[in-house]
Design a protein. Structure first.
Length: 255
């Protein structure tokens, strides 16, 4: 065995003897280091939790409607694929930044504003203040929790009523106040006419159902007033045509 190896073994023997002789002192030092590390690591978690608790306490001073986080996205053409691109980007950003703060999420979509006429009067579109838009609002389909359908009505189907090469005909549900404003009943038809040049000159809409809101003050309806109705406002007589999500993205969108 070489002299350098002998010196290394001798040194380790000395170290082990010293450790055994002073094990109580070394144990105290090791335990102290371990505790200090745990405290420093826990301090970060503690202050993060304290900051979140303080934020939640501050937010609790406001009504729920003032704390809604409204995120909008606009993209075309309208299709399931394009919608999913926007929705996925928004969901990812929300998950990364706000997920811990949220208690609910509501998605909806709407079209640009259309002129509104009686069937056959499409050439007169835009001469009055009658307007419409199409929207999908999945919460409306949740077992009657948010809306009550008037007798004889139902939620719209997911298929167009028209065949290939025919003018597009869709079913839609409308709110009670819009039905009263235009004196509409279940089964009545209106025409939505785009104000821009389009391959589809108009869309015929058959009223499949007329609904009333179970609780107009529910914060879910904030999305309707803040986004869906925002483009028309009180200066226009407006009918929102509520479609199923599938009909909106696969029927109306490609048209």
């Amino acid at each position: 065995m070489s002299p350098s190896s002998n010196r290394l073994i001798s040194a380790w023997q000395t170290v082990v003897k010293r450790l055994i002789a002073h094990w109580r002192l070394l144990s105290s030092v090791a335990l102290g280091v371990l505790m200090a590390t745990a405290i420093m690591s826990g301090a970060v978690v503690y202050f993060d939790a304290l900051r979140e608790l303080a934020l939640k306490n501050a937010l609790s001073q406001y009504p729920a409607a003032r704390l809604d986080v409204l995120v909008r996205g606009q993209r075309g053409p309208t299709s399931p694929e394009e919608f999913e691109k926007v929705a996925s980007a928004i969901r990812r950003a929300v998950d990364e930044n706000l997920e811990w703060l949220l208690r609910d999420r509501i998605e909806a979509g709407k079209s640009p504003t259309f002129f509104l006429t009686q069937p056959g009067d499409e050439d007169a579109a835009g001469r009055d203040n009658s307007r419409s838009y199409f929207a999908f609002f999945p919460r409306l389909h949740e077992n009657g929790q948010y809306i009550s359908m008037q007798p004889g009505g139902r939620l719209p189907g997911e298929e167009a009523l028209s065949g290939p090469g025919e003018p597009l005909v869709l079913e839609a549900a409308i709110p009670l106040e819009a039905a009263q404003l235009f004196d509409l009943q279940v089964g009545d038809t209106m025409s939505a006419v785009p104000h821009w040049r389009d391959m589809t000159p108009y869309v015929r809409v058959v009223v499949s159902g007329i609904f009333s809101r179970n609780d107009p003050g529910d914060e879910m309806w904030y999305l309707e007033t803040a986004v869906l109705n925002a483009a028309t406002g009180p200066t226009f007589d407006t009918i929102p045509f509520f479609l199923s999500r599938k009909t909106y993205l696969e029927g109306l969108g490609p048209a």
